[in-house]
Write a protein that binds this ligand. Structure first.
Ligand code: MN
Length: 488
């Protein structure tokens, strides 16, 4: 984990005189200290800015600071916002406007014109908001009393989105082999993705990985197998298969560490020199926060790593997922998601178990070891990033996961069962209308509002399919967005 912090920048002007400005600064410092106790990252009070230069200077510093992951602004008093134009125009970090005030209530007995002059965020934040709108700034606006739990939750969610932006801008994806032959939705413009999202997506030969695997020591394998046996139950006698996965994981991790990659993809069509597709290996790497995409899907791999970083404690319950098959019994309509092997154990309801089974697809000489489990029940989202040709579209659908309604004892992989919003079949129609992939990132702890905020900061199209979506509204919405994004 990198050291991350956010900066609190308060706007004002000299008109108020030094006494008021000192009070504003003292209160801002206190607020930042109090908020730092409840937010996931420290909020550092930087300045009560009164001039164009002070604002430009703090923005320049923020842009070049590795620790600063975003700025939060507030105007306790009135801050004429022409002095903000040069600074905001240069800002390269995520920006949140906290429209709050120091006091929660209007003090009936105490209020007089001095109080009004000091506590005028209601109009200070409007002047500040205008310049954000006028400059078309991608920003998050959070209004409410700064020490309310609801505001804490929203600030905390936004900070995690800003971390998602920082992780995206440094993203390096290691691809082993190309896309699965002929598949369209996993393709995309890597140059455009690097320009927009910052991702470096490059390929390494499977032969290089095999060479790395052959150099893995028995001691390294022993240590990793011990870790597996500690974390998971074992439901196989085939210890060799487990050891083979440990060898694969060690080699993949070493190569990624060497190249600064935090996500990888591979394809079952290209396992040259490998005996097994990495199953348990990929699953255990995902559990540590690495992104993964099957069939060469580098987009879903990078999104998995980003959304994991946006989740709880910087490695949340988010995973590479694939829609497989439906249960269409009336009143019990569900989607069953899984993958050939690679489902992240951060989704598991109970302790996963290691099993070995034959894998018919691809060129597996030996039965790959994998983790088998059921996904948790609860509200979640599925997310798909697609390349529309000339722009990227991020599609998010709200889903409700359930405990799988049947045991499926012969299904040899981890499984998650859910109902898509607004209902399964309408949800499927909407998803297909928007062009969403069969691969997604499924997340229990990142929500649609956060993904909307992330898309705004990255300047890409955002589509949300929720309980209120109808196919007609969605189609109209997509048509309008098509026009807007052609003009942009
Ligand atoms: Mn797949």
């Amino acid at each position: 984990m990198e050291n991350r912090e956010f900066w609190f920048v308060v706007g004002s002007q000299f008109l108020y005189g030094s006494e008021v400005l000192e009070t504003v600064a003292a209160r801002a410092e206190k607020m930042a200290a109090e908020l730092s106790k409840v937010l996931p990252y420290p909020l550092v009070y930087k300045v009560t800015a009164k001039t164009n230069k002070e604002i430009t200077d703090v923005v320049k510093e923020a842009n070049f600071s590795d620790e600063c992951s975003g700025i939060i602004t507030w105007c306790h008093t009135f801050s004429p916002s022409k002095m903000w134009i040069n600074g905001l125009a240069a800002l390269q970090k995520p920006y949140c406007h906290l429209a709050t005030q120091y006091n929660k209530e209007i003090p009936n007995e105490e209020i007089d014109m001095d109080f009004m002059n000091l506590n005028q965020a209601a109009h200070g934040d409007r002047e500040h908001g205008f310049i954000g709108a006028r400059l078309r700034m991608p920003r998050k606006i959070i209004a409410g009393y700064w020490n309310d739990e609801k505001v804490h939750k929203r600030l905390s969610d936004w900070m995690k989105v800003a971390v998602g932006v920082a992780v995206s801008k440094k993203m390096c994806v290691m691809r082993f082999g190309d896309n699965m032959r002929e598949v369209a939705v996993t393709e995309g413009d890597k140059v455009e993705v690097q320009r927009k999202l910052g991702w470096q997506v490059n390929t390494w030969a499977v032969g290089d990985l095999v060479k790395e695997m052959n150099a893995v020591s028995d001691a390294d394998i022993d240590a990793l197998v011990a870790e597996y046996l500690n974390a998971y139950d074992v439901n196989t006698d085939n210890l060799d298969a487990i050891r083979y996965q440990a060898k694969e994981e060690t080699a993949i991790r070493k190569m990624m560490e060497r190249e600064g990659c935090i996500a990888f993809s591979n394809t079952f069509q290209d396992l040259y020199g490998m005996e097994q597709l990495p199953g348990l290996a990929s699953q255990h790497l995902m559990a540590q926060g690495y992104g993964y995409g099957g069939e060469g899907d580098w987009k879903v791999s990078a999104m998995t790593a980003i959304m994991k970083a946006m989740g709880k404690n910087g490695n949340g319950s988010s995973a590479f997922m694939e829609d497989y098959t439906y249960h269409l019994a009336e009143g019990q309509e569900y989607s069953l998601g899984a993958h050939m092997l690679e489902v992240c154990p951060s989704l598991a309801a109970d302790k996963p178990r290691i099993e070995t089974h034959r894998l018919g697809i691809g060129m597996n000489e030996k039965d790959p070891a994998r983790l088998v489990f059921e996904g948790k029940a609860g509200k979640a989202i599925v997310v798909s990033l697609i390349d529309m040709g000339g722009r990227l579209r991020l599609i998010v659908q709200d889903i409700e996961c359930v405990k799988p309604i049947m045991p499926m004892p012969n299904l040899p992989v981890a499984r998650v069962m859910w109902r898509a919003m607004p209902d399964l079949t309408t949800g499927v129609e909407c998803w297909i209308t928007a062009g969403g992939a069969h691969h997604t990132v499924l997340s229990y702890d990142v929500n649609a509002e956060q993904m909307c905020d992330w898309a705004r900061m990255m300047d890409i199209e955002f589509v949300h399919i929720s309980k209120d979506t109808t196919p007609e509204k969605l189609e109209e919405n997509l048509l309008i967005k098509d026009l807007i994004w052609k003009l942009k």
